[in-house]
Structure formats: structure tokens, C-alpha cells
Design a protein around this ligand. Structure first.
Ligand code: ADP
Ligand code: UDP
Length: 236
């Protein structure tokens, strides 16, 4: 059967499947930064991000976190549970970097005393503006209960990932999550977890092992993704 693309985003394409409850996600090599202002390609990024996302989802599932991944039918494809995405980018920050460092005048690398959770309204035309709990409730982007669930899940995910990555000599600086509702209204972790949406720094050297190498023209972009994959899975 010919697959029908229902959405093409900046990094992935979503296809319909024979099952109306499932979608096929295709991971591209396309890379963008600054909400699409900078465009490029990271060779084999789609393959590496699919593998790393699967790895992190398996790890989270072992700790009782439900996620959307059902199977990985090929190296660039992930079969997922179709969800109604809650239009929020949930950002968790352990160390100041990027836009937080700029906004609050903090030196990059400043440790936060507690993990900081931020929400951005997922809207490319508006440049994903930051919103708070009041905006979210007033705009009915999510309910109060859903927000509490999202917050608790995000902090638990942060704990699991931070502890695991520490053993791999990687500091989890910050990352972005997305959640969606299933048919029964249950809030489930969606999208991806990879160097595209996380900041990973080598614990000793503080070398960046994530998409900041692309965003900031630091070079060695592919090697950074490869190194993360190697540290997680031992795979070259
Ligand atoms: P963007 O939309 O920001 O350009 P991507 O290229 O990564 O990002 O596109 C993937 C899209 O798929 C995102 O809009 C994301 O919200 C959506 N998505 C992720 N998981 C699911 C899911 N399980 N069901 C439906 N949509 C999903
Ligand atoms: N992030 C993301 N998608 C976005 C914005 C941010 O995945 O549209 C991730 C980013 O990779 C980083 C964290 O969220 O791990 C915080 O990003 P920040 O707000 O500092 O944004 P940036 O510096 O990229 O503008």
C-alpha cells in the first residue's frame, strides 16, 4: 500500500498506516536552527536519532514511563501510537545554556539549584513563544490535571536520564519533551529524545555532543552524534 504523508516537519515525516491508531515516523537528515532560519544536513542523523530515541524510550519504559514507540521497522522508521499532541514544548533545564543563559544573564554552565521547567507554545508562525501555567489554562492548551501529570513525568524523566547519562560521562544540561493524549485521554510521552532536542556535554571536558555544534558552527557535528550513540549503545 502506498504510504500517505500526513505531515512533514523540520526533522521528521509522519505517514498514515493501515491502522488508524498508529503512525509511521520517518527520521530525516535535515537540520534546522532558529525556527528554520538556518538549514542544513547532518549525514545519517535520521538513523542515529531513531536509534537513540528507541534507546532512551526503552530505558524510560524500564522505569515505568509510558511512551509512544511501538516498533522500529527500519533504521529511519519508528512505528508509534497516534496521539493528539499537546501543543507545548516542555523544556527541563539542569544547567543554564542557550536561551535561558541569554535571557537571565547567566554564564553558560551555571548549575541550577533545582531543575527548571519551562513551557513554549508550539507554533512556528509565532516562533514558539514561552507561556506559563496561566496562559496554558486560559488558552485551553492542556488541563490543570494534564499539566500536573506533564510536570511530574518530566521531572521523573529528568532523574532517570540524568543518572543514566552520568555513568556514560555525559552531563544532561537541558532537553525538550512533547506529550500527547491517546484515545482514552491518557497523557503519553511522544516525539523524540536525541541530540537534536537535548544538550549533552562531556562530563570531564564539557565538550558539546549535541545540535549546538550545528547551531553554532562548531564543526564535528556528525562525530558528536556518533559519539553519543557509541556511549549509549556501544554501537559504532
Ligand atoms: P516540527 O513539527 O517541530 O518541525 P518534526 O519534524 O520532528 O518537528 O515533526 C514531527 C511532528 O510529529 C511534531 O510536530 C510532533 O509534535 C509530532 N508527533 C510526535 N509524536 C507524535 C505522535 N505519537 N502522534 C502524532 N504526532 C506526533
Ligand atoms: N529545544 C528543542 N526545540 C526547540 C527549542 C528548544 O528541542 O524548538 C531544546 C534544545 O535542544 C535545548 C532545550 O530545548 O536542549 C533548550 O533550548 P533553548 O531554549 O536554550 O533554545 P535555543 O538555545 O536552541 O534557542
Amino acid at each position: 500500500m502506498e504510504k500517505k504523508a500526513i505531515y512533514e516537519g523540520k526533522a521528521k515525516i509522519l505517514y498514515e498506516t493501515d491502522n488508524s491508531d498508529e503512525l509511521l515516523v520517518y527520521y530525516k537528515d535535515d537540520a534546522t536552527a532558529g525556527n528554520g532560519a538556518k538549514k542544513g544536513t547532518i549525514v545519517d542523523k535520521g538513523i542515529m536519532n531513531n536509534k537513540m530515541t528507541k534507546f532512551f524510550f526503552d530505558l524510560l519504559a524500564e522505569h515505568g514511563i509510558e511512551h509512544h514507540c511501538l516498533a522500529v521497522p527500519s533504521e529511519r522508521e519508528m512505528l508509534v501510537k497516534k496521539l493528539t499532541i499537546i501543543p507545548l514544548e516542555v523544556i527541563i533545564r539542569n544547567v543554564a545554556a542557550g536561551s535561558l543563559a541569554a535571557r537571565l544573564g547567566l554564564a553558560e554552565g551555571t548549575k541550577m539549584k533545582i531543575p527548571v521547567i519551562e513551557f513554549c507554545y508550539k507554533n512556528d508562525d509565532l516562533g514558539d513563544p514561552m507561556v506559563n501555567r496561566y496562559h496554558i489554562l486560559a488558552m485551553e492548551l492542556a488541563t490543570d490535571d494534564e499539566l500536573t501529570t506533564i510536570q511530574n513525568l518530566s521531572l521523573k524523566i529528568n532523574d532517570i536520564l540524568t543518572k543514566f547519562l552520568k555513568e556514560k560521562k555525559v552531563d544532561l544540561i537541558d532537553f525538550k519533551l512533547e506529550f500527547g493524549r491517546d484515545k482514552d485521554g491518557k497523557v503519553i510521552l511522544a516525539d523524540e529524545i536525541s541530540p537534536d532536542n537535548c544538550r549533552f556535554w562531556d562530563s570531564d571536558t564539557k565538550e558539546k555532543l549535541d545540535k549546538d555544534r550545528f547551531r553554532r558552527d562548531l564543526g564535528g557535528v556528525e562525530d558528536a552524534y556518533k559519539e553519543m550513540l557509541r556511549r549509549l549503545t556501544g554501537q559504532e
